[in-house]
Ligand binder design. Structure first.
Ligand code: SF4
Length: 411
């Protein structure tokens, strides 16, 4: 019997061990399946169109990952977790393994060749479609239908059609989900925008019908709405014990609206108010996408929202852009990075360290700078400036006007 403390021991003694290859699948809106959402497109393990969950769990890549992890060897698929850990961020590897440690028994049941005789999907990461009402600058058509017309106009890959679903025939998807519904402990909904997807509510209804209200729900949501057709998220979430929203807000007011095109800032603020009043058990975490667009503005956003008591500093999380690469904060030339590093140091010292309970936020802000300086992608800087200009023209916006603190850096 593998106890929680044994899993903790494995975590401490190995920099590669992670429970997800035993308990989890990440299903993308185009049907491709990954070991988890931190692994890139290069590391798909198959497609839901022609593979069952069991076949995916015993796919050559996942089997190999398990074998390597049991030997304490690192997996190339897990590069991003390593980058996060090396930069002082909590990684998905550590967080999810701890959270799911009570199901660690399965590790002992691994066959010598890395396969599993019985796969129970404890943690489902599902993107039912790329349907989304926003066209955020840092997003892409593969993750948002909102991007379709701009991508088409710009001659980018827009996949020739607008809406993607994991399987052409929904019955195939539901057959797989229904088979594992009783095993679920945690579900992560992302998209597209999950609250705008009928299948999201169909799955919640199935859980409610089977009294599985103790399944933890986790979302990445753009927070533009809590209502879709006849569905009201607040009514649903009040039926579940544990709901966490990773709210994708990258800036406040007009700046937030420019980065997340289509968002009405007043809607995000009123949704927050409504949640606090009508379902206070729902945990809201501001999960900002940290990009070359908002690296400085984020400091103002966090300071203002903490001062206005809209968010607690420990409930701010960050997500560093890796793709599209032009929005990575590593694209800035050396002299710009030096200026940005200095601004961060000053603000951390003079503002954030003086805020109660801000230790984890301070560590995250310091890690942003560490990450920015770790690699040089400055050959992408001119592409970033060009794309910013092109999108400004196409969307009738002016990045420089709304982000004057960046103007000198973009000359
Ligand atoms: S170590 Fe990280 S990248 Fe690898 S499976 Fe676990 S969470 Fe995913």
């Amino acid at each position: 019997m593998t106890t929680k403390s044994e899993i903790e021991k494995r975590l401490k003694s190995s920099k590669s061990f992670c429970l997800l290859p035993w308990l989890h699948l990440n299903i993308n809106s185009n049907g491709s399946v990954n070991p988890c959402c931190e692994t890139t497109d290069l590391f798909k393990i198959g497609n839901l169109e022609n593979k069952t969950f069991e076949e995916l769990a015993n796919s050559p890549r996942l089997v190999e990952m398990r074998k390597k992890m049991l030997k304490g060897e690192s997996c190339e698929e897990c590069h991003y977790c390593k980058v996060l850990e090396d930069n002082g961020f909590p990684s998905k590897r550590v967080l999810e393994t701890r959270e799911l440690s009570e199901f660690g028994d399965i590790v002992e049941e691994t066959n010598p060749d890395g396969t599993l005789n019985e796969f129970k999907l404890r943690y489902l990461d599902i993107r039912f479609s790329n349907q989304c009402n926003l066209s955020c600058r840092t997003c892409r058509p593969v993750a948002s239908t909102g991007w379709y017309s701009d991508a088409k106009f710009l001659g980018m890959d827009h996949f020739g059609y607008k809406v993607q679903k994991p399987t052409k025939d929904n019955i195939i998807l539901w057959e797989q989900i229904d088979k594992h519904l009783n095993h679920f402990e945690k579900i992560y909904f992302a998209g597209g925008e999950p609250v705008l997807q009928d299948d999201h509510y169909i799955l919640l209804d199935k859980l409610i019908d089977q009294n599985k209200n103790d399944v933890s729900l986790f979302y990445t949501t753009n927070f533009s709405t809590l209502i879709y057709r006849n569905y009201d998220c607040v009514e649903y979430w009040n039926k579940f014990k544990s709901v966490t929203l990773g709210v994708s807000l990258d800036g406040m007011g007009a700046q937030g609206e420019l980065i997340r095109k289509g968002l009405k800032w007043s809607d995000a603020e009123s949704n927050l108010k409504r949640l606090k009043k009508e379902c206070p058990h729902v945990k809201v975490i501001i999960t900002s996408t940290v990009s070359s667009l908002n690296i400085l503005h984020l400091l103002d956003f966090y300071e203002a929202w903490i001062n206005e008591e809209k968010i607690e500093p420990e409930n701010i999380s960050i997500d560093l852009v890796r793709q599209p690469e032009i929005y990575s904060i590593q694209i800035f030339p050396k002299e710009v990075k030096e200026e940005i590093s200095k601004i961060y140091s000053d603000r951390i010292e003079n503002v954030f360290k003086n805020i109660p309970n801000s230790e984890s936020l301070v560590a995250k802000l310091e890690s942003i700078i560490q990450f920015m300086n770790e690699d040089d992608l400055s050959d992408k800087f001119s592409s970033f400036k060009k794309m910013t200009h092109v999108l400004d023209n196409l969307r009738g916006e002016s990045y420089k006007e709304l982000f004057p603190e960046m103007e000198n850096f973009l000359k």
